[in-house]
Write a protein that binds this ligand. Structure first.
Ligand SMILES: [Zn+2]
Length: 367
């Protein structure tokens, strides 16, 4: 009787360990395999910034998806996010839009619940900053933004349509992509005014002696900014994206609907001229892409960050970017595929069964 109890206990501990490994430790094991890229820089150590970038978490809301799907995806994203925070300890987290899947359809109470859930799932330590850009699923596309839905996002997520952030000598400009439509609506006009102001401040930081710079208030030194938003900048399709996490064919060749799938050419040229970014990051496509941009003398790379949700792709990704005022380097990191997690659990269970049988046979031989 005692022997049976001992065996049952061993089996139970084995199963608990398998459960813990597959639902918790596996994220740490995978996340620890990625690292902050090294950069060549003349900057001091205090000016090196570690930025964790993710996009398209698409938290399910009250209407779509099965409750189990919602529970499962949120659990996975929470564990993965916290593992990244604990292992890599970033200085700043940027989330590039579509935080919510149904933000545009929710009423006030539902949206407030959404925001509470978001901050619980993606909690960061006090010394880690977090900034979010708005996505079309959060408030709707340009022509479908309901009255009040953008205002509540701006207020509760602390995310105005244009954000100029200065961290450790590096500049970041975060945009609301829907405000880049290029018409004369209040949203677009307001965003353009803010971009003009930031552009003026950056120009005066670069060339302080300018005649128009006397009254421009700024308390920073110049470095080329990093542009971030939800939509990709202008491109006709993902056909030029050839990385392993690019969209599969034939989806890759599907033409973009301009101003819905990507910014217009005019908006992209405007941003290139006004912001003069050294690199840009975006989301929205759920796939990876590295795109070279060249507008007049301004050349820069754009990275599309794949979705962070297992609902959107079997192998969610995120980016670790080391940034100094004069340099940057990025690493794209993977999260465990669901099939890998299931296979790991199945193999471990099989090994436990074999171990239990072997022990039984040895036990019979001895006693
Ligand atoms: Zn989107």
């Amino acid at each position: 009787m005692r022997r049976i109890t001992k065996k049952l206990l061993k089996c139970l501990f084995g199963l608990i360990f398998i459960g813990l490994y597959c639902e918790y430790f596996i994220y740490y094991v995978v996340v620890a395999q990625c690292y902050w890229p090294a950069i060549e820089s003349n900057a001091e150590n205090s000016e090196i910034l570690k930025a964790f970038i993710l996009a398209d978490t698409h938290l399910l809301g009250p209407y779509r998806g099965h409750w189990f799907d919602k529970l499962r995806r949120e659990w996975q994203m929470h564990q993965a996010f916290q593992a990244i925070i604990n292992v890599h300890n970033p200085d700043v987290v940027f989330i590039l839009g579509d935080l919510f899947d149904e933000g545009e359809w929710t009423d006030e109470k539902q949206f407030e619940d959404y925001v509470v859930r978001f901050y619980n799932l993606f909690a960061v330590p006090n010394d880690t900053k977090m900034y979010v850009a708005v996505g079309n699923h959060d408030v709707g596309f340009h022509n479908r933004i309901r009255r009040g839905s953008l205002q509540r996002f701006v207020k509760l997520l602390k995310s105005p349509s244009v954000q100029h952030i200065y961290l450790k000598g590096s500049h970041f400009v975060l945009l609301n992509s829907m405000a880049m439509q290029g018409d004369s609506c209040r949203l677009c006009t307001g965003a353009r005014n803010s971009i003009e102001k930031i552009s003026g401040q950056l120009k005066c930081a670069r060339e302080p002696g300018g005649a128009l710079c006397k009254d421009v208030d700024r308390n920073f030194t110049y470095s080329q900014p990093i542009l971030m938003q939800h939509f990709p900048l202008y491109r006709l399709s993902d056909a030029e994206c050839t990385e392993p996490d690019a969209p599969p064919l034939p989806e890759r060749n599907k033409l973009f609907r301009i101003k819905i799938d990507a910014l217009s050419k005019e908006a992209t040229e405007y941003l290139a001229e006004k912001i003069q970014p050294r690199v840009a990051f975006g989301g929205h496509t759920h796939h990876g892409c590295l795109q070279e941009h060249s507008y007049n003398s301004i050349k820069f790379e754009e990275h599309s960050v794949p979705s962070f949700s297992w609902r959107n792709r079997p192998d969610p990704k995120y980016m670790l970017v080391t940034i100094a005022p004069d340099s940057y380097a990025e690493n794209k990191c993977g999260l465990p595929k669901e099939t890998t997690i299931i296979m790991t659990g199945a193999i471990m269970t099989l090994l436990l069964i074999i171990y239990m049988f072997k022990e039984r046979r040895i036990g019979r031989g001895i006693f």
